[in-house]
Ligand binder design. Structure first.
Ligand code: SAM
Length: 276
């Protein structure tokens, strides 16, 4: 008997009409549907007249549920994996089941569709060859500020945020990246009260507080890219630091300037500052 296929199916992030015909076909044809919350998935299935066996797979039972589903796949049954909204595995459960399926030699097939991260990025207008999807920041403010230290990058950074933390997070972002850096706030995408605002971080809190409803709903933030640090400037500082361990400032500056092409005077001044 040949094994079944694990279909990883994206579902709408708000507007149920965003379910693709192919995703609905996969859900209709599946022997089992693994989902996060059975009530949410049953609502989607009911809307499209799909009756299928649904099994809850969430962070608390992922291991045990995955084992059962791998057995079913081995016995030739087809399984569709969905989450409450969007693409499974994107800040959502699913990775463990998918990894187990790969390990068991079971075919894994995606049915691509909505994801809040891609939707928000598409309306950001930040030109970039790449982006970093950083998901949810830590919930405590100290850990969040520490995480932001690592996110000053020369390409856009996409973040998910919960409504009760959105104000705090925008405050921390403005403190870390300055009032001029732009941010896109994508709220309630594909839903009735959808809003997309692109504005400087210095104006973001005012925007959020301008309407009492704005701190409700679901949010994606897209932070504009920072300045790319010229590699030579960075290398020059490193080279200078290493040389200063063995040489006097004037000697170190002269050699660092020759190696990196940076002005000797500038490096000499930096060397003296370091020596203070
Ligand atoms: N797997 C989902 C995806 O592919 O986008 C994300 C799941 S994650 C648990 C839920 C978070 O995604 C929300 O807290 C919010 O940050 C973001 N999100 C989901 N739907 C959204 C929507 N319609 N508008 C804005 N953000 C949304």
């Amino acid at each position: 008997m040949s094994a079944g296929t694990l279909f990883v199916v994206a579902t709408p992030i708000g507007n149920l009409a965003d379910a693709s015909p192919r995703s609905l076909e996969a859900l209709r044809a599946a022997d089992l549907i693994a989902c996060e919350d059975t009530r949410t998935t049953r609502t989607l299935l009911a809307r499209h007249g799909i009756s299928a066996q649904v099994i809850a797979v969430h962070e608390h039972n992922e291991m045990a549920a995955a084992a059962g589903l791998i057995d079913a796949l081995r016995q030739g049954r087809n399984v569709a994996l969905v989450t409450d909204a969007g693409t499974p595995g994107v800040s959502d459960p699913g990775a463990l089941l998918v990894a187990e399926a790969h390990r068991a030699g079971i075919k894994v097939s995606p049915l691509p569709g909505p994801s809040a991260a891609a939707a928000a990025f598409s309306v950001s207008g930040f030109a970039a060859d790449g982006f970093l999807f950083a998901g949810f920041l830590p919930s405590t403010s100290a850990a969040r500020r520490k995480a932001l230290e690592t996110l000053d990058l020369p390409f856009p950074v996409i973040l998910y945020e919960a409504p009760h933390r959105i104000l705090e997070t925008l405050t921390d972002l403005a403190a870390r990246f300055g009032p001029e850096r732009e941010i896109v706030i994508a709220r309630e995408l594909t839903k009735k009260f959808e809003e997309v605002a692109r504005l400087p971080l210095g104006a973001a809190q005012r925007w959020l507080l301008a309407d009492p409803h704005r701190q409700q709903g679901e949010f994606v933030l897209v932070l504009a890219p920072g300045e790319a640090k010229p590699a030579t400037a960075l290398d020059a500082e490193r080279t200078l630091g290493a040389l200063l361990e063995f040489l006097a400032p004037s000697e170190a500056a002269k050699i660092a300037a020759r190696l990196t092409g940076q002005p000797r005077r500038l490096l000499y001044r930096k060397a003296l500052e370091r020596a203070k």
